[in-house]
Design a binder for this molecule. Structure first.
Ligand code: HEM
Length: 685
């Protein structure tokens, strides 16, 4: 199995190289078509790569601790599911897995719709694939074994590092970092990686278009599905990562502006802008140049993100220690950036669409503002990551920008984005929606005021939270209102069919509603949240607003051979009434000298009351407990779900439906009859 894995991995590289050579030769011969042989070599390379992944999984399942990577991430106590997730739980494995994801995306691109990849696009994607297979193959090989040298010391390597070295069989398995033993770990990295990887294909097609100096809508038609799929997966990956951080890192927060979190946001921000300006390219033929820049930037930021995570240059909970791959990664990132900029500069003039901003409140203008805000957020996040790198290089000491920097600089931009999102459905492609709202604009405003009033009556007095709630409720109310009017116009029986036909628009509604709900959760936790910590003995109570927590007992067991399981039994009260038994605890891994906080949460739509054990003494007994009130936090997860679901809906919409204003309206005659019917009703006809 070991040799099957190692050899198929090496052959995956060789066949991918073969594909690159074949495509390059066909370009040298000025042939237009991508040679079938190159396609077949990519498919074979992917098959071999998959075989090597399967072999590694089997080695993990069989506990082959002679393989250094297996020894570092597996131990006999780990469950089968954790043994699978261990594939991406360490440096070498995650690089190996990432190279497979890139291979999968390339495989899908060459095997799917014909004509997506021409020879240039193929060459660009193949160079990236080779680089990302080469890193684990030559520098951090997951198949490296542990060898015992003649002097008794241990060394790692694919081949025997010295004469007389023998494979060492005395290791028993360290096991996966306990922080990574969480359900979020099962799906968060693969989904995030897949989202990252899919950006390669639009990038390759975009670069090919620039090389061939082709200035048409080809890029848009060919790559939209890839972009929206990448965006959906990236959104899902980020939301899952945030939930994982909330649930496992034991600090009660969901976003820490950790370098890796921030880096994953970068391509998400640029691709969100891209999806909007692509809509305008389709409708008005504008923003072509801008879209090409964003297509290239999104993938370049993916590589940058991989660099931040894998090179270990910034300290982060996710990053692995500084490794052999950091230099090649930075050189490759710089080369790709320089290459992309050079191509853009060469074609800059010919890409212009001659568009000018005619009105400050048109749909085009709103999209422009949206993109300016998204790019502003991108620049802030990029600066937050680049500054410590440059300060480390120039000044010797790495200065990390703290959470305050991000909060101060991103919050105003995010609030403006949410405001824009609230009003965007009012500025329709056609003016019909505005006209429709003329006489009934007060309904969403009244709903929003009622929502804010309810919060006020519930005791919320922080004006910043109330303003944010108004913006969020207004945005949600406008969307609900427009949907209800659609339903009213087409009739309840036909509404589902209508909704499905217009799923591009309703998908976008849902995405925007998701962002609004996330904003609600952020406002709730940031403005209304509170926390307290204290040391309690059994019988003691600690108050937090309307809540109180009482410590009942403390116990420890060794049910799991890997760690001591500390359980602190508590009771949670609200207004003096018992509402839940909470059992926060800690898992103490003696061998690793590591402890993991296990929070206990009382979760409702109103929010979470989150209890953590910061310290304990079993003999006394006493425990230091932190109680956190996180109002509205669960709306963030609901919002995240809407975001992803809406993205999937929008992604499945037929694009020609949006070709022009006329087409869009004509796409469903019900819209016209609805508008007419609404008009007639309003005029009393
Ligand atoms: C972080 C904020 C935002 C996110 C994540 C987001 C996401 C999305 C997504 C995924 C789509 C679907 C794209 C497609 O089908 O290709 C979309 C469409 C759209 N977005 Fe946004 N958006 C955001 C902010 C905004 C803002 C501020 C505006 C206001 C101008 C806006 C206006 C629109 C419009 C008008 C559509 C097209 C709806 C249709 O097809 O009828 N978005 N948005």
């Amino acid at each position: 199995m070991y040799y099957l894995g190692l050899i198929s991995f090496a052959l995956a590289f060789v066949t991918a190289l073969g594909g690159l050579v074949v495509a390059a030769l066909s370009l040298a011969r000025r042939e237009k078509q991508l040679p079938g042989l190159a396609v077949r070599l990519t498919q074979v390379s992917f098959g071999l790569h998959t075989l090597s992944i399967v072999a590694m999984l089997i080695l993990q399942a069989l506990e082959d601790f002679t393989v250094s990577y297996v020894n570092s991430v597996i131990n006999p106590a780990m469950s089968p599911i954790l043994r699978i997730t261990a594939l991406w739980g360490g440096q070498a494995g995650s690089l190996f897995f990432w190279s497979w994801i890139i291979a999968l995306c390339f495989f899908l691109a060459v095997s799917g719709r014909r004509g997506l990849m021409d020879a240039w696009a193929y060459v660009v994607a193949a160079v990236n694939l080779l680089f990302f297979i080469g890193l684990p193959l030559f520098l951090e090989n997951p198949f490296a074994r542990v060898w015992e040298l003649v002097d008794g010391t241990l060394a790692e390597g694919v081949f025997a590092p010295a004469a007389g070295a023998v494979i060492y069989r005395g290791l028993t398995g360290v096991g996966l970092n306990p922080l990574l033993r969480h359900p979020g770990m099962i799906i968060h990295p693969p989904i995030l990686y897949m989202g990252f990887g899919l950006f390669l294909i639009p990038f390759a097609v975009g670069v090919s278009q620039l090389i061939r100096r082709q200035n048409d809508d080809d890029l848009l038609d060919k790559t939209h599905a890839w972009l929206i799929a990448a965006w959906v997966l990236l959104s899902a990956g980020i939301v899952l990562g945030s939930w994982w951080s909330y649930d496992v890192l034991g600090w009660g927060g969901y976003w820490a502006w950790d370098p890796v979190e921030t880096a994953s946001l970068l391509p998400w921000l640029t691709s969100t802008g891209l999806l909007h300006s692509l809509l305008l390219q389709r409708k008005r033929g504008i923003f072509r140049r801008f879209n090409l820049v964003l297509v290239l930037a999104s993938y370049l930021l993916v590589i940058f993100s991989i660099f931040i995570t894998r090179a270990g240059v910034l300290s982060s909970v996710h990053a692995f220690s500084e490794s052999l791959i950091s230099r090649p990664l930075i050189v490759f990132t710089i080369l790709m950036v320089v290459f992309s900029i050079a191509l853009l500069v060469r074609s800059w003039k010919s890409l212009g669409s001659g568009w000018e901003l005619n009105s400050l409140i048109s749909r085009e203008a709103l999209f422009l503002y949206t993109n300016v805000l998204l790019l502003g957020l991108t620049v802030v996040c990029l600066w937050g990551l680049v500054y410590p790198l440059t300060s480390g290089t120039l000044g010797g000491q790495q200065i990390t920008l703290d959470r305050g920097f991000y909060d101060r600089s991103t919050l105003p931009l995010f609030i403006l984005l949410v405001v824009l999102m609230g009003i965007c459905p009012l500025i329709g492609w056609s003016t019909a929606s505005l006209k429709r709202l003329k006489k009934t604009w007060w309904i969403p405003v009244a709903i929003a005021l009622a929502g804010v009033g309810a919060f006020y009556l519930a005791g919320i007095r922080a004006w910043s939270a109330l303003v944010m709630f108004f913006i969020v409720f207004l945005g949600l109310a406008v969307q609900l209102f427009l949907t209800a009017r659609d339903a009213n116009a087409v009739g309840p029986a036909k509404f589902f069919k209508f909704w499905w036909k217009q799923r591009g628009r309703y998908g976008a509604f849902l995405v925007h509603a998701g962002i609004l709900l996330i904003a609600l959760g952020i406002a709730g936790t940031e403005v209304m949240g509170s926390a307290i910590e204290g040391t309690l003995i059994p019988g003691d109570r600690m108050p937090l607003g309307r809540y109180e927590i009482e410590l009942n007992a403390a116990s420890a067991n060794y049910d799991n051979p890997e760690y001591m399981n500390v359980v602190i039994e508590t009771t949670l009260y609200r207004d003096g009434e018992k509402i839940a038994d909470l059992k926060p605890g800690q898992h103490i891994y003696m061998d690793r000298n590591q402890s993991i906080t296990i929070p206990a949460v009382h979760s409702t739509l109103r929010g979470d009351v989150y209890a953590l054990v910061l310290g304990f003494n079993m003999d006394m007994p006493y425990a230091t407990i932190k109680l956190i009130d996180n109002p509205l936090v669960n709306w963030m997860w609901i919002g995240g779900f809407c975001l992803v679901l809406g993205g999937i809906l929008a992604g499945t919409a037929r694009r020609p439906d949006r070709e022009t204003d006329e087409d869009e309206t004509a796409a469903d005659s019900k819209v016209i009859s609805y508008a007419q019917a609404a008009g007639r009703r309003e005029n009393g006809d």
